[in-house]
Write a protein that binds this ligand. Structure first.
Ligand code: SF4
Ligand code: SF4
Length: 372
């Protein structure tokens, strides 16, 4: 089907009336972030972004397009795997200790505008958090209450390399609905298709509720135009990474480039916090002053901190070079051994949001090419 902008508003209305909180892109503090969306007016109309290593700024396209930005600093991770989460509470009565697991009552979230790289990141988190012997029950519960509206990228950013990672720019699976925004001589519209029966039900309701030309049957020209959007985007990646035989990173453990990059790395953890697949956590216990109540919280952590590898007697990875090497090698090589896919989806966030402008594609490329 094809939605005119009022049809996209109808989609938001139908989802909201069905009990979903629609979360999508909006501009705040000079970046595109995710927030609850009730109206198309909240979307970043005419906004683009210019991204490079260590830099991000919004730009104005001056047109009516709603999705011409790329990805902002937030993945969808924080909605499904919060940065701070209560695991359990405990209470001491006499010599007994009662433990109560934290209740999870997730909101029903409809995620609007999920790029293909982020769809693959969701699939990676499903593998890591929901498909192993011990599952993260809170994540599973949130994930089951998620409706995904994917989006074909039209204007990839200067740090994007999803084509190299085989994760984009056209959504291929893992969505309920998929949109491609079209803005040409035939006007402003969105080609929309369903990936699940839930998505089909929503499309049926849109067709039933439409009163004018806000929802139309897709013509061949619309499908051709949408294919062109994806193809053009695929040819405009800002970065690339040769992934052929990339597990040979193991053989480069002593390469001098690890020390060179460490001399620039601030070990600030930005790259891991913006990464949509990083999932390292630590726990923190907090008790009250009387010593009768306690809580255990889980917080995002990062392999870039000295404490993350602390074992009895000291840190296993005490140097920044060993931590950068651990991160890059895990993302691109040992993740494959562990989970069967790469841990990197080529979204480019770690490059854009690194204050030292360190670029994983350049570092790994230099190490694998033998250059210092
Ligand atoms: S690579 Fe960049 S973002 Fe990551 S810890 Fe080092 S300085 Fe921070
Ligand atoms: S390692 Fe960097 S490019 Fe790869 S998924 Fe994480 S943030 Fe995106």
């Amino acid at each position: 089907m094809v939605l005119r902008p009022p049809g996209l508003q109808l989609l938001i209305d139908v989802l909201r009336e069905g009990g979903w909180t629609v979360v999508g892109p909006t501009v705040r503090d000079g970046v595109v972030v995710h927030a609850e969306i009730e109206s198309l007016d909240q979307l970043p109309r005419g906004v683009g972004d210019v991204q490079d290593a260590g830099s991000y700024r919004l730009s104005q396209h001056g047109d009516e397009a709603l999705f011409r930005y790329v990805v902002g600093p937030q993945g969808w991770k924080s909605l499904l795997f919060p940065s701070r989460e209560l695991l359990w509470s405990g209470r001491r009565t006499g010599t007994e200790m009662e433990v109560e697991p934290a209740e999870v009552d997730p909101p029903r979230l409809a995620l609007l505008g999920v790029r293909s790289c982020d769809l693959h990141a969701l699939a990676i988190h499903d593998t890591v958090l929901a498909e192993r012997a011990v599952v993260d029950a809170a994540y599973v519960s949130r994930r089951e209450n998620t409706f995904v509206i994917a989006l074909t990228c039209s204007d990839p950013g200067g740090t994007c390399f999803c084509v190299s990672m085989g994760t984009g720019p056209v959504p291929d699976k893992g969505f309920d609905l998929a949109l491609t925004e079209l803005l040409d001589q035939d006007g402003h519209r969105f080609l929309i298709s369903a990936g699940t029966s839930r998505g089909e039900d929503v499309l049926d309701e849109l067709a039933t509720r439409a009163t004018g030309d806000e929802v139309l049957r897709a013509a061949r020209a619309d499908r051709d135009a949408a294919r062109k959007v994806g193809k053009t985007a695929a040819g405009r990646m800002g970065r690339s990474l040769d992934t052929d035989g990339i597990r040979d990173l193991y053989a480069n453990a002593e390469h001098p480039r690890w020390e060179e990059v460490a001399s620039r790395c601030l070990a600030c953890t930005n790259c891991t916090l913006v990464c949509p697949t990083c999932f390292c956590t630590s726990v923190e216990d907090a008790s009250d002053l009387s010593g009768t109540q306690t809580q255990r919280w889980r917080l995002w952590d990062s392999c870039f901190t000295n404490d993350y590898s602390y074992l009895h007697g000291g840190s296993v990875r005490s140097s920044t070079s060993s931590r950068y090497r651990q991160w890059a090698t895990h993302k691109l090589a040992s993740w494959v051994d562990q989970f069967g896919t790469s841990g990197c989806v080529g979204c480019g966030r770690c490059i854009t949001w690194c204050p030292a402008a360190i670029d994983i594609t350049a570092e790994v490329g230099a190490i694998r090419s033998g250059k210092g």
